[in-house]
Each structure stands twice: as C-alpha cells, then as structure tokens.
Ligand binder design. Structure first.
Ligand code: MGD
Ligand code: SF4
Length: 738
C-alpha cells in the first residue's frame, strides 16, 4: 500500500475525506454536551463535523451538526483554542451563508457589457477552458506578471500556488494595505516584529487596557472578546479613545472623545507624560531600548495643553489616563488596533502606540505582549522551482519602502496606469473589490483596462458583475482547505473539512486551481489527487503519526507543546531591529528620509456644514460578506448613520428619518436611516461598513442601508508603506421626504 492510499483510507476511516459529513463517534457527545449546555442546538443530531469557520478571518473551530445531509446547527468547538466551545454571533449564523438562496451554483460566462451583470450558465469544462485560455493569452502577450491575483480567505492558498507556477508575484490581499498593514510596519520598526493574527495580546492578565478606536464587542473577534470579558471581570481598567461612545466606552473608566484625526498628538502626549513624570519602566528602557534621549527631546513639545488644543481632550483627562496605564505597568497595554488605515499617518501612529507600550515595559510580560508559538508544520515539498519574474508591480522603485506585503491598491493602480508594467488580467478570489478598495471609480476604471477577469465567489457580489467568467465556489462547510497553524499562545494545527456536499454545481477552490493547472501545463504544482494527501504529507514530514492524524480529523485540532509565554526577568531578547533593541528613535526611518520619532501634523478638517465620515463594525456582520445572510439580517437588518443629537435637531432630523449622504466629490449613498444620539461628537458621523449593496443577485442585501465605500472617493496614502487611510472624506446629509 502506498503512503497516498494509506492516507486516504486513514482520513476516510476517521471521517470527512470526500465532501461527505463524517460520523464522529467521540466528537458527537462532546459537541452535543457543549451545545446542550448552551441550550442552542437540537438534542439529537446525526453527526458532528469539526471544521473551521470562515464567516470572518479569525478562523475559530466550529462543530457542524448534520442531520439528513443538512447542517442544522453550528456550535463552538471546545477543543479549538480560538473558540473554546463558543462562537461569535456571526459564526453561529453561518447557516444563513450555507443555505443562502442567492448562492452561485453554476459557472457563468459574461454575455452583456462588463458590469451589466448579464451571464449565461456554462459547464465547468467550458468555464475552466475559457479561464485557462484568458490567462494564457495574457501571459503570452504581456508576460505572466501581467496576471494579478486579489484575494481574501484561506481558500486562496491553492490559487497562490497556481500564481507561483505561472510566475507572477502580483498577489495581494486587502487585509494589508486596507487594514492592518500600517500596524505591522509600526511594530516592525519599533520591536522588530509585527503582531500577526491573532495578535499576541495578553488581555486576560492586563490590569489596564487602552483602546485607540478599537471597538471590541462591536468589532467581534471571538477569542479577543472572550479575553476582554475575562480581563474586565478581573477588574482591568479600561481607557477608550474614540470620537464615538462605543459599546466598549460604556465599560471604560476613562472615555476620551477625541477629535478624529488627532490620535497621534494624544499618543505623543502620553509618551511625553510617561517621560516627564518618570512613570516609564526605567530598568526595561535602560536594558531593552535605544534612542531614549532623542525620543524625550522630540516629544517634549506635546504638553497636555498643546495636546488639548489639537485633540479636544482636557489636560487632566490626558494625565489621568496616562497615570492609569503607568500604575498598572508592566501589566498594561495600549491595544495596537487592527483596522488602522485612517489618515495616511497610520504607520507612524502605530509606531507611537508601540512607543507607549515600550515605555510601559510590557514586552514579554503578563498583561502585555506574550510570546506566541506555533505548531511545527512542514511546507509542501517537492514543488518545481518557480520561474524567474519581474518584481511586483504594486509600487515603483524606492516607493513605500517599509511595505512588507504586496499592496492590493497598488496592483489596482498599476492596472490603471500600466506602470511599472501592464497588468491585464485579474484572478479575484473572495474579495468584493468595488467595496473593498478605496475610490470605487478607480477600481471600475482599472477593470475596463483588463483583457480578462475571473471571479471565484460563493455569492453574486458586485465584483462578479464585472467578471468575464464567474466560478462558483462551495462554502467553508462544504470543502477542504489547506491546514492552518497560526501563531498563538497555545500552538495547534486545525483542519477545515466538509460537513455536507457542495450545493448545486459549486466546487472547492482546490479542485478549480488543480483543473486550471492541468490546462496551463502546471500539473507538477498539484502533485496530489485530493488535499487530504497534501495534509498527510505535511503532517508526516513534520513528524506527526497516524494517531495524531486521526485526532486531527476527529476533533478538528491537533495541539502541540507551547513555548514560554513570558520572558524570564533579565533575559536578553533579540529584537528583530537593526540594533537588536527596541528602537525608540529609528535610524532606519532617518536613513530613508522619514521622521525617526513620529511627528503629529494636523490633517485637513471638515468645512462648515460638513462632517467627517467614520465607519466601523456591527457584532453580527463581517464587512459586506454577511449582509445577504438572512439569519444575520434578522438581528441587524440595516445600518444607520449616527449623527449627534443636537446637530440632527439643527438639521431638522430625528432618529428614523432617512437621508442621502453626499461627500465632497458629490458621491452619494442612501437613503439611510438616521440615528440621532449623544454618543458621537458633533464634527463626525458614523456608519457600519458593508451595507448598501447594488448587485442584482444579492436579493436580500440590495438597496439595504448605505454604502460607506461609495463615499470613500478620497484616501491618504501612507508614505512609509502604501496603506490607504480612508477617514478623510467629508459629507453632508440631505433629508429624504417619506
Ligand atoms: P475600525 O473598524 O476602523 O477598526 O476593527 P477595529 O480595529 O475596531 O474601528 C472603527 C472605530 O474607530 C469606531 O468606533 C470609530 O468611531 C473609531 N474611530 C474612527 N476614527 C477615529 C479617530 O480618528 N480616532 C479614534 N480614536 N477613533 C476613531 C476592525 C476589525 O474588526 C477587522 S480588521 C476585522 S477583519 C474584523 N471584521 C469584523 C466584522 O466585519 N464584523 C464584526 N462584527 N467584527 C469584526 N471584527 C474585526
Ligand atoms: Fe467565525 Fe466569529 Fe470566529 Fe470570525 S470570530 S471565525 S465569524 S466564530
């Protein structure tokens, strides 16, 4: 028996190999007990299949309860370190995605104009042939680098392999330049490493936590919200800096209702106070950092009074909040945030957050940044050497020097300009680009420059309406993806495996990528018949045996031994910076012509009658991905525009009215409901992102609420790394008469 036959049989015996829900003897009572305790699932389900959630990108372990070939409930996998037996409301509502009546279930080929959303159904054979032909033609005429892949989600890994085989480096996810990229850069420049996902924050043991616009609880990352609740339960003191009285602010000891755009001034004010009052951790700073004297000199001008003039935060509140952090140090944290692309100074603002944390001396300490570990997992072996290729087209030489990943917005811009070289085809996997990238007008113009666009999606999202070919993927509950082994405080490997058969003629991404590879002469990049063989090979090469493989299939998780979470007192940590220390003053930045210590520069402020547009999350939705999910829509049917109550009264508006929101470039969205509230400053308005869809196929989401992305026609590019700050648009409101 070959190792491949053995693998397949092992997986089949343990269950879940081929798209059929598995009968999991030992997982059944565990899953049911857990769920029954929460009273949320039927008392008797036929099968429980442990797999990995994809309603957002946190990747919790989910147990799918299957009866008669249908998933009837989703519960948190108690074995999985990220869910610990619980899901967030979005994860529980994943059934609304699985059984969405608007799902794509047949391949489609465009028949009308691009963007007209007119398609005919096609066979897989025809759709794949057409896709391979489109890609091949572009590669032949312009070189393989003229094919770009824009993606979001774990299933993208198989298409990334395809891109490697083709010889294109132009692969990007918007989660970098449109989300947490600036934060990674700010921390890399200061501590020599980024924070990744999940971030290594020891929130349960923090005695003080400051949130800079991170609206934990509305922004729902399961483990982090559990940690947050645990920390608060243990008496953690909370400081919330937000122009809006968020749910988290309701639990805070100090709410700092900051003027939007001025956080960097506030952070530098905290740095200055920690130094001037000698509240910083002197021993830590002496042994672990360089550049303290230069930092102290640079920040001396950010006095409480100067900071007040910019931020509107009263000096005594600035001092009290800094003292709160200092008193709890080193068990105190300033949360680094996640979606930090706000004003174009985002990498420097993140660096300022890193500086406050450095002065609190919390690196490697309980209640600070813990040391993550990950389970050993070998990369796929035996693949051919990738072809030589040109550098990525996302930026020009010498531009955005500190970017650590390819910029999705940069690939869009290269498509539009043809510089540094033409991009002529997009392979889009699970990313609704007209809503995800700032300035949708540019995105549509770039699409018009393409010779070929293929979209791989589960729903007829807006991007599909612009595609030449649409390939329907089955959902995360119907497919295998590659193994996952994230860095976390408890290292583990997790398996995504199907609970039920794919709906209609939808197919897993791995199958599509492999079929395309065959047509493109790249079979050598997919040397397996089924991903379980890939899983087995990677596990075997990492030293895991048959019993561990079975455990992974049976419980969805394989845990390994964790390294120490904290650094021993006095230990010599080798920071990944050029100096090997935490860099309070950055030579790297100075050499590149940037501020070695962040400098606050006042951003443009809204004019008379205008409001700055801010956006955020709701606990039951993930961007625009869930706003067609009828289960979740029952809980949060549409977004509202938050307006300060006094301002609303001046404008003749009250809660429940509908308005059109128009920006400085005359872009418009709505009608959207008004929420008149004291919980927001007078100079800004706020809406939850992800609503206001226009695609005809999204029958539940279409025309519901307002689309903040339509109003983001202006953005500020981060000079260090190319992130796109989006909170730079100003809007007015116009009442729509009923
Ligand atoms: P934002 O969405 O930008 O980022 O989560 P966050 O890190 O929280 O947060 C917006 C908050 O910032 C709002 O409260 C807003 O009022 C405030 N804000 C806006 N401008 C300013 C300012 O100038 N200064 C300050 N101090 N505050 C400001 C993002 C995170 O959420 C990410 S990246 C993902 S991928 C997940 N997505 C997601 C989801 O889609 N749905 C739900 N429910 N949860 C999610 N969690 C994750
Ligand atoms: Fe799923 Fe919620 Fe976890 Fe995201 S945070 S993976 S939606 S359960």
């Amino acid at each position: 028996m070959s190792s491949r036959e053995w693998t397949r049989r092992t997986f089949l015996q343990a269950g879940g190999a081929c798209g059929v829900g598995a009968t999991l003897g030992s997982a059944l009572p565990l899953g049911l007990l857990d769920a029954a305790a929460r009273g949320s699932v039927p008392q008797a389900a036929d099968q429980v299949v442990p797999t990995v959630c994809e309603i957002c990108f946190w990747k919790c372990g989910v147990n799918a309860h299957v009866r008669d070939g249908r998933v009837v409930a989703l519960t948190g996998n108690p074995h999985h370190p990220l869910s610990r037996g619980k899901l967030c409301p979005r994860g529980t509502g994943g059934l609304g995605t699985l059984y969405d009546p608007d799902r794509l279930v047949k391949p489609q080929i465009r028949v009308g104009e691009r963007g007209s959303e007119q398609f005919r159904e096609a066979t897989w054979e025809e759709a794949l042939d057409r896709t391979a032909e489109g890609l091949r033609k572009v590669a032949d005429e312009h070189g393989p680098e003229a094919i770009a892949m824009l993606y979001h989600g774990a299933g993208g890994s198989f298409f990334k392999t395809l891109m490697k085989g083709l010889g294109s480096p132009n692969v990007a996810a918007p989660s970098y330049a449109q989300c947490r990229g600036p934060r990674e850069v700010g921390f890399e420049l200061t501590f020599g490493e980024g924070l990744g996902s999940p971030e290594n924050l020891d929130i349960p043991n923090a005695r003080a936590l400051a949130l800079i616009g991170s609206h934990l609880g509305e922004n729902m990352h399961n483990t982090q919200v559990q940690d947050f609740a645990e920390g608060l339960g243990k008496g953690m003191r909370l400081i919330v800096v937000d122009p809006r009285f968020s749910v988290a602010a309701g639990k805070a000891r100090h709410w700092l209702p900051i003027k939007p755009g001025t956080d960097l001034a506030l952070l530098l004010g905290w740095v200055n106070l920690l130094i001037q009052e000698e509240w910083y951790d002197k021993a830590f700073v002496r042994s672990q950092t360089v550049g303290f004297d230069q930092l102290a000199a640079e920040v001396a001008r950010y006095t409480p009074t100067a900071v007040y003039q910019e931020t509107g935060i009263r000096p005594e509140l600035l001092v009290a909040s800094a003292r709160e952090l200092a008193q709890a140090a080193p068990h105190a944290l300033v949360h680094p945030g996640r979606h930090v692309t706000w004003y174009g100074d985002d990498a420097q603002r993140s660096r300022a957050i890193a500086l406050v944390n450095a002065l609190l001396g919390n690196w490697g300490k309980p209640g600070g940044f813990y040391m993550s570990s990950n389970a050993p997992l070998a990369a796929e072996a035996g693949l051919p050497a990738p072809p030589e290729h040109r550098p990525a087209a996302d930026r020009k030489e010498g531009e955005h020097l500190f970017a650590g990943s390819t910029l999705a917005s940069g690939l869009r811009d290269a498509t539009l300009s043809g510089e540094p070289y033409p991009i002529k085809s997009w392979l889009v996997y699970g990313s609704n680009l007209p809503i995800v990238l700032p300035d949708p007008r540019k995105t549509i113009a770039a699409i018009q420059e393409l010779d070929f666009l293929v979209a791989i999606d589960i729903l007829p999202a807006e991007i599909c309406g612009w595609a030449d070919v649409v390939l329907p993927e089955c959902t995360y509950l119907e497919r295998h993806d590659d193994l996952m082994a994230p860095w976390f405080r408890e290292p583990f490997i997790a398996l995504r495996q199907p609970a039920v058969e794919p709906m209609g003629d939808s197919k897993p991404g791995w199958w599509m990528a492999k079929e395309l590879a065959k047509r493109l002469g790249l079979e050598a990049w997919f040397p397996w018949e089924h991903p379980v063989e890939l899983h087995h090979d990677r596990l075997a090469a990492s030293g895991y045996g048959a019993e561990q493989e079975r455990e992974l299939v049976r419980t969805g998780v394989l845990k390994t031994e964790a390294g120490p979470m904290y650094l021993p007192e006095g230990s010599d940590y080798a920071y990944g910076t050029p100096s090997g220390k935490i860099e309070l003053w950055s030579q790297q930045l100075a050499d590149a012509g940037f501020d070695p210590v962040p400098v606050y520069r006042r951003p443009e402020m809204p004019g008379p009658g205008q409001f700055r547009l801010l956006s955020g999350r709701a606990p039951v939705h993930t961007f625009g991905r869930t706003t067609n999910n009828r289960v979740l829509l029952e809980q949060f049917p549409e977004n509202e525009v938050w307006v300060n109550r006094a301002v609303a009264a001046d404008l003749g508006l009250k809660s429940g009215d509908r308005v059109l929101v128009r920006n400085q470039d005359d872009a418009e969205t709505g009608p959207i409901l008004v929420k008149a509230t004291e919980r927001i400053r007078t100079d800004c308005v706020y809406m939850v992102h992800g609503f206001g869809h226009t695609s005809k196929g999204l029958r539940a989401a279409r025309g519901r609420g307002g689309n903040d992305a339509a109003l983001i026609t202006r953005y500020a590019t981060d000079p260090l790394m190319g992130g796109t700050g989006m909170n730079v648009n100003f809007v007015t409101l116009e009442k729509v008469e009923a």
